[in-house]
Design a protein around this ligand. Sequence first.
Ligand code: FNR
Length: 368
Amino acid sequence: SRPPLGQCFNLYDFESVAKQVVNKGTWAYYSSGADDEITLRENHSAYHRIWFRPRVLVDVGKVDSGTTMLGSKCEVPFYVTATALGKLGHPEGEVVLTRAAGSHGVIQMIPTLASCSFDEIVDAKRGDQVLWLQLYVNKDREITKRIVQHAEERGCKGLFITVDAPQLGRREKDIRTKFDGAASDVLRYNPSVIDRSQGAARAISTFIDPSLSWKDIPYFKSITKMPIVLKGIQRVEDVLKAIEHDIPAVVLSNHGGRQLDTAPSGIEILAEVMPELRRRGLQDRIEVYIDGGVRRATDIIKALCLGAKGVGVGRPFLYAMSAYGEPGVVRAMQLLKDEFEVGMRLVGAKSVDELGPEFVDVRGIGVH
Ligand code: FNR
């Protein structure tokens, strides 16, 4: 049986409870990474090779964790990243995350493959709560256009086009578990064809257009005024291309280790990207976000030191939702907020804009 919520003291605690309470197929879909799961593990362990260079004797009586992302204010520099199929973990699905995010001033990215409709999610949010849309581009552009324009009409503040998934990665844990027909409700609103012969990921992803390319960027600009963000950039050359295409932000991400195995971790890509942008004087031309393996606020602080504007958190909130519903996600966010404040004090920074590369030693990830 489930321990009381008050006994969860960090994000890992929610993971172990979720593993006990969700069914096998859900666990396989949520937890899996591609192939040998090397990137999945590396995402978090890369943070362990970065050490702080704390500063002492600065007044940290009051710490301000607030920041802005894509021009929207938020209480903390992390956001809920898009994770599909919320109803596999909780009968109410993504709206559970929405309510929790609303109570903490946290931004939420809504997946194309959400199991609630965009309208249900908008209805669950607070007045000024900020939502973004994650987009898987459909081979049928009319469907994509409808999804994008509807989200914009409903006040969505950013369009995150996933660019690391022209084909879904091989997540063998998931493939071994056939997609449960009873769970088809989780995708009621999605236009895709469901192929039940394979795992959840493959079952729902056949509509994604593998021919998507840089040439399509003007099309997206023509159908929306929302800022267009590319999610899943993995090398500095592509960040430079994004700048050439006047893209205001990118997410350095390997999709939580679910796509190309042995792709680098977000934090390592960041350590490669930011010095190059600074060298070219381009660091203010684009906002850089990262996700993958963030489990401690010290991970977030390290990312901000290296130049990230914000950090996405995926599985931990899914696990908190699956284990305890809304109160679980509220507590998970509170724990991360509390850790963040402690971390800032001990590192010696009272606001996020004080953080910079001088606070970290990155020799352990091969950057000098
Ligand atoms: C994802 N992710 C994801 N990304 C995306 O662009 N569209 C999607 O539909 C999904 N779906 C999805 C489902 C599940 C169960 C997971 C775990 C992840 C990737 C996600 O946005 C993010 O890149 C990673 O989850 C970040 O890693 P962590 O925080 O889960 O370690």
